[in-house]
Design a protein around this ligand. Structure first.
Ligand SMILES: [Zn+2]
Ligand SMILES: [Zn+2]
Length: 308
């Protein structure tokens, strides 16, 4: 490790940020993450004075960091509520729940838990025999997004913040591109998704931060990190894209930022405020007659009946 001086304050640097050419000491690195988040929130009007904000906290490094930063800088002007979704995965969720609860408590924030069992009747452990070819992650992802919406509605919040970082967002863009889902590609706004229901704003304050730097931030802050790994995790092509993008970034520092900008230009062209359509069963916004959540619940119950 070099003994280079911090480009900002002259103290001993611990990190070279290749995309900006800066050497940073621990203190200046942490400050730079705070500034990045505050700038992103300001730039896209993610959180306004008085908004009530639900933060999705799984107990992983990214969501803990998000809860910490929002708690630190926004809890005087906004009510910040931590929400953890319990997917119903024995031996996995307990640890994350405890970590999330502890951090919320330390920050003096309210922490609320919702279970898939109560929300949908199908804990993830119980769909394993009936999910057919659909992956757990696909169903879980749809259930998670809706779970946070429901939490926000119940808790009277108008903002849902989640910890998607630059890497997550790029992976999603590329997967959407590969799948040829042009409608989504052209309407996807990774900064702020306005939901046509209930005036909800879904925001991603880590949009401009690399996953690697969030891991460093969490380490420097000494967060207790979850060790258990989801037993159903199947990242498929996502992890290959992740590796590929990291290799590109290594050789061409800053290319991830550039790629994000290009993708965002594409999607700003036609950012429909949702289709204005609603699910005829649950009343939530939907692209078709039935929303994805209701479609999956139907699917699971059909599969279950087939077995019975
Ligand atoms: Zn410094
Ligand atoms: Zn529905």
């Amino acid at each position: 490790m070099s003994l280079q001086a911090c480009s900002k304050c002259g103290k001993r640097a611990f990190y070279y940020r290749s995309y900006s050419g800066e050497y940073l000491c621990e203190g200046c690195f942490i400050t730079s993450i705070y500034e990045n988040v505050k700038n992103t929130i300001r730039k896209y009007n993610m959180i306004a004075y008085g908004d009530r904000v639900v933060v999705g906290v799984s107990g992983g490094k990214d969501s803990l960091s998000l809860l910490y930063i929002l708690g630190k800088f926004y809890s005087k002007t906004n009510e910040i509520i931590a929400v953890t979704l319990d997917e119903g995965i024995a031996g996995y969720r307990e640890e994350g729940l405890e970590i999330a609860r502890d951090l919320a408590q330390k920050l003096g924030l309210r922490h609320v838990v919702y279970t898939y069992k109560d929300l949908y009747g199908y804990p993830i452990d119980e769909i394993q025999g009936i999910r057919g070819k659909v992956s757990s992650c696909t169903i879980c992802g749809v259930f998670r997004r809706r779970g946070l919406d429901v939490a926000a509605r119940d808790l009277g919040a108008n903002v849902v913040a989640t910890a998607h970082n630059l890497d997550d967002v790029l992976q999603s863009y590329i997967i959407t591109l590969i799948n040829g889902d042009m409608e989504r590609l052209l309407s996807y706004n990774p900064a702020v998704e306005e939901s046509s229901a209930f005036g909800l704003r879904k925001v991603h304050p880590f949009l401009h931060i690399y996953e690697k730097e969030l891991a460093m931030f969490a380490m420097l802050k000494g967060f207790r990190l979850q060790e258990a790994v989801c037993p159903y995790m199947n990242q498929g092509i996502r992890s290959e894209i992740r590796t590929y993008l990291n290799r590109l970034e290594e050789r061409h520092p800053g290319i991830k930022h550039q790629l994000l900008n290009s993708f965002m230009k594409l999607s700003s062209e036609r950012r429909a405020a949702g289709s204005g359509q609603f699910c005829e069963r649950c009343g939530w916004p939907s692209r078709g007659r039935l929303c994805q959540v209701c479609s999956f619940i139907d699917y699971l119950s059909r599969q279950e009946n087939k077995k019975a």
